[in-house]
Design a protein around this ligand. Structure first.
Ligand SMILES: N[C@@H](CCC(=O)N[C@@H](CS)C(=O)NCC(=O)O)C(=O)O
Length: 108
């Protein structure tokens, strides 16, 4: 499976995916740490992919998503954005609503 197929497979398997540097428990970059924290504070259940552990995904995702930096949050296969956008969505309450919608979609 090539790297784009692997990215698509992760996005198909998990409704919320955060591509980040490090893990939510051990983030390796402040931006990734803040995005993961915002998701946790919003009550989101998300799948995290450590791009530092997968150089192929790290190199391919900016082209795949047309977004140059990490972290990158995807919801139901669509790019939502990076740390700034995730924090804005959390502050407005929208991230919690999106997380609820996703969990409802999983239950349905
Ligand atoms: N303002 C950005 C900040 C993210 C950012 O600048 N990330 C850098 C440092 S972690 C990055 O991914 N650089 C490219 C790379 O390391 O591949 C956001 O909202 O996510």
């Amino acid at each position: 499976m090539d790297v784009n197929e692997r990215i698509k497979a992760v996005l198909a398997e998990h409704p919320m995916v955060l591509f980040m540097k490090g893990t939510p428990q051990f983030p390796m970059c402040g931006f990734s740490s803040r995005a993961a924290q915002a998701l946790e504070q919003a009550g989101a259940t998300f799948h995290a992919v450590n791009v530092l552990a997968d150089p192929e995904v790290r190199a391919a995702l900016p082209h795949f998503a047309n977004w140059p930096t990490f972290p990158q949050l995807f919801i139901q296969g669509e790019l939502i954005g990076g740390c700034d956008i995730v924090e804005d969505l959390k502050s407005s309450g929208e991230l919690a609503r999106m997380a609820l919608d996703v969990s409802g979609a999983v239950r349905a």
